[in-house]
Write a protein that binds this ligand. Structure first.
Ligand code: MG
Length: 373
C-alpha cells in the first residue's frame, strides 16, 4: 500500500509564548518539525506534504533541505483550509492519506504502525486514548459530571482512503472542523475506526509542554588512562597531589579532567578530546587541562546546554586519594560553575590488579549529564 502524509503546520503556535513558532523549538538538538518529519521515514510512505505557515517559510525550507520526498504547501486561515490546500498535492496513485499534527513529534513508532495496519483493514483509522481525569460538562455557572469511561480523547494521525478524504473535503467546501475524523464522518457515510494510541503522543501546545520536552538529560561516558613515571607532577582535577610519580602526557596529564571532558563531549554528541585537542599540536604541549576544560565549557554554552552533574571514579593503587577528594570536588565545581553536590568523585584501588594495581598508570571513568537551557 502507498501512503502520503500531510503535516498540519499552518498555525503560529502562539499559545507556547515562545516568540516564534513552536514547530521551530529545539527538541534536544533538533527542530520540533524535523523530529515530526523523521517519524515518517518509512518505505510505505512516498511523500510528505507540509502545510506551513507562510511566516516560517525560510526556517521550514532549511529544515527539509536535501529531502526529495517533501512538498511544501502554504497553509490557510484554518486547519481545515490548510489540509484542503495540501490535498491538492497528494500523489494520484496513493492509497491512503495520513494526516498528522506537526506538533506531535513524540508519536511512538508502534502507534503509527498500528494505525496504518488498521487503516488497511478497516478503511480508516483514528488514534485515541482514554480519559484519565474525571470529567464534567460546564453549563453556564454550574457543571455536571459525566461518566469518564464514555469519553475518549482523539489524537492524530488520522488515516483515510485518498479518494474518500478528497471527496469529504470537496463536500465541506471550506467549512471548518476541529479534526479530519469529524469532517469525514459528516460527508462520508462510513464509520470511523478507532485505534488505541499512546499518552506519549502529546501535542506541544503550552509553555509547560515546551519546558517538559527538554526536561530529559543528555548522558555521556568518558574514560582515560595515563602512564605514571618519575619526574612528573601528579595533577588530578586541577589539584596537585603529593606523590613521587606523575602522569605522562602531551598536556599536564590530568587524567581526571580528560575523562570528564570526554563524558561532557559525549553527552552533547561531539567527538572526543583526542579530535578536539590533538596531541600532535604543539600549542597543547604541557597545557593545563583546566584550560582545555574551559574550552569544552564554552562549547556546552554555545550549544544552549548546561551541566547537570558529573561523576567520576579514579582507579589508582597509590597515592591514597581519599583525603584529596573534597578539594578536587570543590575545585572542579568552581571551574564548571556548578554546585559542589553535582560533582561526585570517588577513588578506588584495583586490588593490585591491572595497570592501576601495578602502579603503572591511573585510569578514570566519568559520566556526565547535560540539560537544555
Ligand atoms: Mg588523556
Amino acid at each position: 500500500m502507498k501512503f502520503n502524509v500531510i503535516l498540519a503546520c499552518g498555525g503560529s503556535g502562539t499559545r507556547c509564548n515562545l516568540g516564534y513558532n513552536k514547530l521551530l523549538l529545539n527538541v534536544n538538538g533538533v527542530p520540533l518539525l524535523e523530529k515530526t518529519v523523521n517519524l515518517f521515514n518509512l518505505d510505505d510512505i512516498s511523500q510528505i506534504i507540509i502545510s506551513y505557515n507562510k511566516n516560517d517559510i525560510d526556517a521550514v525550507k532549511k529544515i527539509v533541505e536535501g529531502r526529495d520526498n517533501i512538498v511544501l504547501c502554504e497553509g490557510g486561515e484554518t486547519r481545515t483550509q490548510s489540509i484542503s490546500n495540501a490535498l491538492k498535492f497528494i500523489e494520484k496513485d496513493c492509497d491512503f492519506v495520513i494526516i498528522h499534527d506537526g506538533a506531535r513529534c513524540f508519536l511512538p513508532k508502534h502507534s503509527l504502525a498500528n494505525a496504518m495496519l488498521d487503516a488497511e483493514k478497516y478503511g480508516n483509522s483514528v488514534l485515541y486514548v482514554d480519559s484519565v481525569d474525571s470529567l464534567r460538562v460546564k453549563d453556564g455557572n454550574s457543571s455536571r459530571p459525566i461518566e469518564r469511561n464514555s469519553v475518549i480523547r482523539i489524537q492524530t494521525p488520522q488515516i483515510f482512503k485518498t479518494k474518500e478524504i478528497i471527496e469529504a473535503y470537496a463536500l465541506a467546501d471550506g467549512k471548518s472542523f476541529s479534526d479530519d475524523a469529524t469532517l469525514y464522518e459528516e460527508y462520508i457515510n462510513k464509520p470511523i475506526h478507532l485505534t488505541y494510541g499512546s499518552e506519549d503522543n502529546i501535542k506541544i501546545t503550552t509553555p509547560s509542554d515546551c519546558e517538559k520536552i527538554n526536561g530529559g538529560l543528555l548522558i555521556g561516558n568518558g574514560w582515560d588512562t595515563h602512564r605514571l613515571d618519575f619526574g612528573r607532577k601528579l595533577i588530578l582535577g586541577g589539584v596537585q597531589i603529593p606523590h613521587d610519580k606523575g602522569l605522562v602526557a602531551h598536556s599536564d596529564g590530568d587524567v581526571l579532567i580528560h575523562a570528564i571532558m570526554d563524558s561532557l563531549l559525549c553527552a552533547m554528541h561531539e567527538r572526543d578530546i583526542g579530535v578536539l585537542f590533538p596531541d600532535t599540536d604543539e600549542k597543547y604541549k604541557d597545557i593545563s587541562s583546566v584550560k582545555l576544560l574551559e574550552e569544552v565549557l564554552k562549547l556546552i554554552k554555545a550549544k544552549g546546554l548546561a551541566i547537570h552533574s558529573v561523576s567520576a571514579v579514579i582507579m589508582a593503587q597509590k597515592p591514597k586519594l581519599s583525603p584529596h577528594i573534597p578539594t578536587i570536588q570543590y575545585n572542579l565545581a568552581n571551574i564548571m560553575s556548578i554546585e559542589e553536590n553535582r560533582v561526585s568523585i570517588s577513588a578506588t584501588t584495583t586490588e593490585k590488579l591491572g595497570i592501576a594495581g601495578r602502579e603503572e598508570g591511573i585510569s578514570v571513568s566519568s559520566i556526565a549529564t547535560l540539560y537544555q537551557l
